[in-house]
Write a protein that binds this ligand. Sequence first.
Ligand code: 2HA
Ligand code: ZN
Length: 272
Amino acid sequence: MLVTDTEFVQGFIRLTDDAFRKGWHERNGGNLSYRIKDEEIEAVKDQLAQPKEWLPIGVSVPNLANEYFLVTGTGRYMRNVILKPEENIGIAKIDAKGENYAVVWGLTVGHHPTSEFPTHLMNHSIKKELTNGVNRVIYHAHPTNIIALTFVLPLNDKEFTHELWEMATEDPVIFPEGIGVVPWMVPGGSEIAKATSKLMQKYNIVVWAHHGMFCSGKDFDEAFGLMDTAEKAAEICVKVRSMGGKKQTISDQNFRDLARDFKINLNEDFLD
Ligand code: 2HA
Ligand code: ZN
């Protein structure tokens, strides 16, 4: 089967197209990566090139040694992935030390994975360990309302999470552990990768102030669903503030009742 016809590549492409239509990917904004399963890579082995040029990742991820990732290309546009997958996405193999990568399929234009590859791989490394390999998707987008809120809400995990939990009853059920917030930093390097992966130890959603958001999930539905849910909460928040602010809300006692009945482990640190 052609690489582009496989279920995992089709799932990847569907996310990029849905996400562009959401308005989260202006120009070349945002990026996506997927840690490919052994049987999936086995099924397309005949179409992969031998690793030629090994390039430094910029961070060390030993538990990802010899893994393969499907990833969007640097400078490429999400809206074009569905039209020309081979140009805009590719498969990268990690070396035996977890320090270098080589492109073995695709990325025929631009040739390199996203500039945020260090953050993606550090997050994959943390999540692979924490979930015993279940987590496979790391997704970065530029959703409008989340970015807008980073100019208004205090940039700390507790206040940011609590405000978004209040915006829809099911939000604390969907992200009970909360949301991490990275202050403004230069994107694309190992420093922001380290800051983000530290928060990914605790959360599945990390906001980059005045930039965007990272989500992790076991599959495309889960990662996309988290992005969608957090961004919708942010949109409600923007609307509520634009209408003069809250006149009533969900109380901490309401959250505790919800957690009890829905049997969720709500992060108590974020309640008073
Ligand atoms: O591709 O989103 O953070 C562009 C980005 C970098
Ligand atoms: Zn970005």
